[in-house]
Design a binder for this molecule. Sequence first.
Ligand SMILES: [Zn+2]
Length: 146
Amino acid sequence: MERLYYECGNGWEPLILEVKELVDKYNSNLPNNKEPLEFVQIKEKWGGLRIYLNYYPDNFTDILDSIEQRSWSICEYCGTDKNVTKERTHGWVMSLCPSCRKKELERHSQLFSKEELLDYPYLGIGEKPDRSSKYASEDKLEKMIL
Ligand SMILES: [Zn+2]
């Protein structure tokens, strides 16, 4: 069975599974001479769920656009759709509910020293830290769906 990895909070897992179902459906009816559709990358970017495929048949571009738009009002961490806002939490725009945003800020303030926080691009100073450091305190936020 294919393993599917994603680099975002698991509040968005239902959206990912929704797309997986469509990809599976497309592959089960694959036109002649077409390669199977595959996930290339699944990640959070600018507070939205971005899903990249090896190619985009039929209406997949529209589907993925609408999935991204829906992710803006679903908390990336806990999956609630109540009071979710898409805004800067620290250096990054994230779509979170108020309680996850509070936790994220607390977690983040422990994660980085003041000096590192000064490097954030929205302050106009220095380089943005490596994006992977966003999730550095989680054991491994990269998740796997079987
Ligand atoms: Zn939440």
